[in-house]
Design a protein around this ligand. Structure first.
Ligand code: ATP
Ligand code: MG
Length: 160
């Protein structure tokens, strides 16, 4: 099972979209295994978005991400990284497809509501920026056998 980091950005929190966004992840079948509300300090925002350092929008991106409270999540599920990216939609709200979070609720290119790790390497790098191991809670959810076909593998290693 894959893990990914998602951040409900300051614009989404101010626009009272936390519940709607979390519902999309839950309804899809992803498990929330880490969750917190925080105001991201400057150094952590820079670290999370370090691949964008040097881009002309970097300072504004960091200012935006540190401008108010965010909700940070660790989500778990089959192909969680790709699934979350699909649920988010493409980067700019005005280009994102209807049915996606950005496509339904955003129109800006920067105020785009949600961050999601874009690769296994990014997820492995980003999760420890916000969560230590003890604050990730991997309890077995009782509905898992109805979310996945686990008839061939009750260990949950090979979910279908
Ligand atoms: P995120 O990393 O937040 O999940 P993303 O992976 O879809 O978004 P990236 O290319 O990684 O998009 O850009 C990171 C963030 O930087 C975007 O979400 C957006 O807020 C901002 N951004 C990216 N490109 C631009 C740009 N050209 N002008 C302004 N802001 C930008
Ligand atoms: Mg990105």
């Amino acid at each position: 099972m894959q893990r990914t980091l998602a951040i409900i950005k300051p614009d989404a929190v101010q626009r009272r979209l936390i519940g709607k966004i979390i519902s999309r992840f839950e309804e899809k079948g992803l498990e929330i295994i880490g969750l917190k509300m925080t105001v991201i300090p400057n150094d952590l925002a820079k670290k999370n978005y370090s691949v964008h350092e040097g881009k002309d929008y970097f300072e504004k991106l960091v200012r935006f991400m540190t401008s108010g409270p965010v909700v940070v999540l660790v989500l778990r599920g089959k192909n969680a990284i790709g699934v979350v990216r699909k649920l988010m939609g493409s980067t700019s709200g005005h280009e994102a497809d209807p049915g996606t979070i950005r496509g339904d609720y955003a129109i800006s290119g920067r105020f785009n509501l949600i961050h999601g790790s874009d690769s296994v390497e990014s997820a492995e790098r980003e999760i420890p920026i916000f969560f230590d191991d003890s604050s990730i809670i991997e309890s077995e959810k009782s509905d898992l056998k109805w979310i996945y076909d686990m008839s061939d593998d009750l260990t949950g290693e090979n979910l279908i």
